[in-house]
Design a protein around this ligand. Sequence first.
Ligand code: SF4
Length: 702
Amino acid sequence: MSASSKIIRTTCPYCGTGCGVKATVSASGGVHISGDEKHPANFGRLCIKGATLAETLTLNERLLHPRIFDKRASWSEALAMVAGRFREAIQTYGPSSVAFYVSGQMLTEDYYVANKLMKGYIGSANIDTNSRLCMASTVAGHKRAFGADIVPNVYEDLELSDLVVLVGSNLAWCHPVLFHRLENAKAARPEMRVVNVDPRRTATSEISDLQLSIAPGSDVALFLGLLRHLDRSGKCDASYVALHTHGFDDALAIADSWDVASVAKATGIEEASLQRFYELYAENERVVTVYSQGVNQSICGTDKVNAILNCHLATGRIGKPGAGPFSVTGQPNAMGGREVGGLANQLACHMELHDPRHQDIVRRYWRSPTIATKPGLKAVDLFKAVSDRTIKALWIIGTNPADSLPDADSVKAALASCPFVVVSDVVERTDTSEFAHVLLPARAWGEKDGTVTNSERRISRQRPLRQAPGDTMPDWWSICRVAKLMGYSRGFDYGGPHDIFREYAGLSGHLNNGSRDFDISDYDDISQRDYDSLSPFQWPRRKGSFLSRRSERFFANGGFFTPDGRARFIVTPFHPPKKRNAGLFTLNTGRIRDQWHTMTRTGVAPSLSRHIVEPFVEIHPADARALDILPASLARLSNAHGSVILRALVTDRQRRGSLFAPIHWTQQNSSCGRIDALVGANTDPISGQPNSKGAFVGIEPW
Ligand code: SF4
């Protein structure tokens, strides 16, 4: 490093692993990226997406100035129009006529003020986030079982475990650094076992001792069978169950009919493999179950989560070194969004919308004129309300719903019919910005300043590396300016993100008295200097706990956040997925290794485009043969929602009757690969999370 270079420690903006990044910025402005060896999520390692972040620091495609009706405008003109149109809608149609649709890419401070404006000042809870598509079923499952949305464990538990069960998670591609930690641990302790539960074999299968290629949607049956096996083999922890839980007998009664033969029939997994899995789980005290979108993105996602949690509660294998259920989030700040209350059914700092005491605490703390008292519209319903014109003004921040929401063509039609759409983004042209009446230029990674929370509850700083270009501004700034222009003269006067963080930390301490779950009140008086130099830390960080630097696990000795402090077993009956009509396939959607969401950032990095250059569909050789689909030929996928043309990847990694296609391609970057145009807008009735892995489609040569 030359004398004139400086090192800035920041956080990767992609997956929920939340790796620390070291950016070395030279005097000429050149940026060299390396992993931050001091960051406890990655200890210096980065995957290719993180390592190539410097390639994404380009001004190509950037939105640099506000635009009104596609003409350049000043910030004051644009913000006056946003505030005026929102105010007008509220005055004429009431607070529920406006909505925000935000993102797990936003920093916590941006998220906090968006939530504050909508819930505490406008007085509606119509703010939801693309994190609804990512982990809402886990939030609902945690709350049902634990009484609060808590990830009980920490990353090192994967390394301490004797058995890691991966469910619906291609960890090798979607959380690569976490996968490397697991890979290294297994290399160091070859006796460690890994079981991969996934309808298809993936890069993650390569380190698995046992692959369970499960029929889509049958996970609940698999874990009911496991609960029964644990009980029959005497592996349930009677003392933990008696002291710390309720409802075991009811959960077990439902599981009782699930012998291995019934599970094999429901899941399509052969009996010998099931038996081996159940025995491995029973034999190993230190078991971590890692689960992700294959569990969450389902019509019964919340039940799948609780079926997994039930097995950990029954054995008392939770919150202990090397043992526990572990949800890994997709986005860099999906967890931060959960914490600030960025979902339409939460308040802030894990407080509840329906609880008058919580409403009162938040309203007094915010000194706000009103407070939302009932849940707002969850993502899919929110866009249905846009479609039926109930929503008159919509502000979309840092996300691209015209591609990423299910039934994406209907979302486009809804946006086209909405009287007023504002989009805050870093790039000018996306499939969503096409419908914006006002476009606001936001700051990108490398310019943003704030915090994010990763999958193990670790809060880290994202720091700016370079001067922000053009007229770009932080999201918190534009939200606060709009709030003031709407007439909310106090409550939005912040000197910077540190001020917002300090206020947020103060709110988190209000209910606590040392016993509540989300608590970072130790930072309620943090100075700007300390905020600027803040090291990554895990919550809770209660007032006065600054000396404790240990990784904290929850629930090893009970202490759940239900009224009586006991966890709840949830009865999760198995409902088989709807039967496909002859000729249709079950479509699984997901990520590839080197791209991110709708490619607005990774798409500009040449090194990332070398891995996979075009959208594709995976199909089993026998299915391809039966349909005359040749390897590498083009195939058309269609259903009542729409159609796409994709390159056929014929592979026996895929189950017969199922297809897989990636989510990244859009109208902007390909004319034919918008896969969410085929996914129906069906959701889990509890979590509101879409069934993004269960659409039925036809496929034919093109
Ligand atoms: Fe970034 Fe995730 Fe890769 Fe880490 S594993 S460098 S957080 S994309």
